[in-house]
Design a protein around this ligand. Structure first.
Ligand code: ADP
Length: 219
């Protein structure tokens, strides 16, 4: 894990070093190229920030003693994640929809639940196409509470499905997606922490659905 994490941090750092060297060594660089290089340095720095945040989230889930849990309203937390991601969806040309029922309460911590919702919704937007859609459903089935995030995006090939929850696993290995490969590990870990089951259905070219099934609060 440490070697994989170091490798992930090394790549953007090496890019920043290279870009900075190129600027320093080329005294006659034109303004447009200079701005491009500086913008690329910013992008790599953003990537380092995302990786660091994800690593911290995982470390926290791994090493903290079980935090005190409270009844958490899944619909309210999902609504918060949706409003936070609205500008991102807008920029990607992806429509966000939701059907959030009342009284869907689970036992856990709001932070963990928010992180799960956020990562699933963000992926639904990121691995989508302009004109696509991401839908969040929260409802009850008997004593259980279900959170479903579905998208009309690129989908996940069958052979990759068991692996997408692994740390640093990305279907598209290039860094162009800006992903860290840690988002779904946090979802899986966080779900386990909250006692929830995670299911994934996906059809390449059509979209994916992630379903979390929580036990009844207090169960
Ligand atoms: P990343 O930071 O790369 O998004 P994740 O752990 O969140 O990392 O996801 C791992 C990989 O699973 C992604 O790189 C992507 O290839 C695939 N993936 C995750 N969510 C979706 C989705 N909703 N649609 C298609 N592919 C997805």
């Amino acid at each position: 894990f440490f070697s994989a994490a170091s490798h992930e941090l090394k790549t953007p750092l090496a890019s920043i070093r290279l870009l900075a060297d190129s600027i320093l060594q080329n005294e006659t660089m034109d303004q447009v190229t200079l701005r491009d290089f500086v913008s690329d340095i910013g992008t790599e720095a953003d990537r380092l920030t995302r990786i660091t945040e994800h690593l911290l989230a995982l470390t926290r889930l791994d090493s903290l003693p079980a935090a005190e849990t409270f009844p958490v309203d899944v619909s309210a937390v999902t609504r918060r994640a949706l409003s936070m991601l609205a500008p991102v969806a807008d920029a990607a040309g992806v429509a966000l929809g939701s059907n959030l029922k009342d009284k869907c309460v689970v036992q856990g911590t709001e932070d963990d639940l928010y992180q799960i919702c956020f990562n699933l919704l963000e992926n639904g937007i990121k691995y989508n196409r302009p004109g696509g859609r991401v839908m969040a459903d929260v409802y009850r089935d008997g004593d259980q509470v279900l959170l479903e995030v579905s998208d009309t995006g690129v989908g996940i090939p069958e052979e990759d499905m068991p692996k997408v929850f692994n740390r640093f696993y990305r279907v598209d290995k290039s860094h162009s997606s800006g992903g860290t490969g840690l988002g779904l590990s946090i979802v899986k870990h966080g779900a386990a922490y909250l006692g929830a089951q995670v299911e994934l259905h996906s059809e390449p070219g059509h979209g994916s659905t992630f379903t979390l099934t929580f036990p009844k609060a207090g169960a």
